[in-house]
Ligand binder design. Structure first.
Ligand code: ATP
Ligand code: MG
Ligand code: MG
Length: 398
């Protein structure tokens, strides 16, 4: 973490880019960076500041991300294509090294937050549809207009346009930006906790204001009615985190994607393209609708996570065609020449539409509609998967 080559330790009030951006509070982090809400004093607006770890590889990755996000911004002058907007970038010298920083529009909570807010019970199909539309618009733009494969689609990397908790939205809560670094005791934390306390107070007031409309507030600290709170907000969202994205014709990594969202062709090593993003997208849609991961592979006795993953896929989607199963550089590790898994012999088939009815209590028509939409994106043959543009035309969304 916070050492040479690692994260930059920022504090509220810290200034960046010659004083233009003022750090407000930390809003996220990943393996590569910390992300801060910052105030842009030049344009009087809140922005997100992604401060990359400083070691060379991280800096390199950030420069790559800047290259891709610049293309994204250039091709979408009205910022309507559901992909994060890059506003600026610069380098910041700190005690741990020089950090590449990306300035982007400030967005709301991630889909992961949204799923957790709903206690992993799914967010309702009309909301799922709304989010699917946005993500597909973003993917269609990346794939067919720019030639970019995202390669790391997952709920953490799709952000809502607005925050679930309105009190956390600096614009809607009327949050006054911190413009100065608190003076006085730098180490005791009293000064900093003062500004955090103010933030919390403001936040509480804003929550009360917004919730009054339909939620009765109990005593102090009454919990926000989380599900109802969603009714008022638009579920438009944007694709973020281009740290692993690539031009389709300049692929670097063989192994892409986060485990649970990884496409079968990536696991068996038979090459990938835009359709790998479509696989991840289907996994996200399922997770939004049910609150559960579509595939949650584990290391099992005598078999690897990869093999368990392939087995889970086949149990839900049917047997992988032999031609596909045997086509990858790693096929021999997992499959025999008939295209059967070598170490997992007995599969318990449970098709997607049945899972939706029997495990998640979907009505038959809901299950049919949703699985008709998802199944084609989960085709084992990548070329058979529909493009984002084709999915946008699917009757389930219209
Ligand atoms: P990873 O480990 O996934 O590669 P990363 O270090 O590349 O992560 P991001 O995924 O870009 O970083 O950002 C980390 C988190 O910060 C996001 O999941 C999100 O919660 C938050 N975040 C990022 N950008 C924004 C933004 N523009 N507005 C609001 N929150 C953001
Ligand atoms: Mg991320
Ligand atoms: Mg990243």
């Amino acid at each position: 973490g916070y050492r040479k080559g690692g994260y930059h330790a920022a504090r509220p009030g810290d200034r960046f880019a010659g004083g233009r951006f003022v750090a407000q509070r930390k809003i996220g982090w990943g393996n590569f960076s910390t992300v801060w809400l910052a105030y842009d004093t030049l344009h009087s607006r809140f922005v997100a500041l992604k401060i990359q770890k400083s070691a060379r590889d991280y800096a390199h990755a950030a420069l790559h991300e800047i290259e891709l996000l610049s293309a994204v911004a250039k091709g979408d002058p009205t910022n309507s294509k559901c992909v994060l907007r890059l506003l600026d970038h610069f380098k910041h010298a700190g005690p741990n090294g020089r950090h590449v920083c990306l300035v982007t529009e400030f967005l709301g909570d991630s889909l992961l937050r949204l799923i957790r807010y709903n206690r992993n019970k799914g967010i309702g199909l009309s909301r799922v549809k709304e989010i699917c539309r946005s993500v597909l618009v973003g993917l269609d733009y990346l794939h067919s207009e720019l030639g970019i494969i995202h390669t790391d689609l997952k709920p953490e990397n799709v952000l809502l346009d607005s925050t679930i908790n309105p009190a956390k939205d600096p614009v809607r809560s009327g949050f006054t930006p911190i413009l100065d670094r608190p003076v006085g005791n730098q180490y005791g934390g009293t000064v900093i906790s003062f500004s955090e306390k103010m933030l919390k107070m403001r936040a509480r007031r804003a929550v009360a204001k917004i919730s009054q409309r339909r939620v009765s507030i109990g005593g102090v600290g009454a919990q926000l009615e989380k599900e109802r709170c969603l009714d008022g907000i638009s579920l438009k969202c944007k694709i973020v985190d281009f740290g692993n994205a690539c031009w389709a014709d300049q692929q670097l990594a063989g192994e892409i994607q986060t485990r649970q969202y990884r496409a079968p062709e990536v696991i068996i090593g038979s090459g990938y393209s835009y359709s790998a993003d479509m696989w991840s997208f289907a996994c996200i849609a399922f997770e939004l609708a049910t609150g559960d991961l579509l595939f949650a592979p584990k290391n099992c006795q005598g078999c690897s996570e990869d093999e368990d993953h392939l087995a889970l896929m086949m149990e839900t989607l049917g047997k992988m065609p032999r031609k596909i199963a045997t086509s990858g550089t790693r096929s021999k590790d997992y499959f025999d020449r008939h295209g059967d898994l070598k170490r997992i012999r007995r599969l318990k088939f449970w098709p997607l539409d049945r899972v939706l009815v029997e495990r998640y209590n979907f009505t038959e028509p809901d299950a049919k509609g949703f699985s008709d939409f998802l199944r084609p994106m989960l085709d084992f043959t990548p070329e058979n998967r529909p493009s984002a543009a084709q999915c946008l035309k699917h009757p389930w969304l219209n």
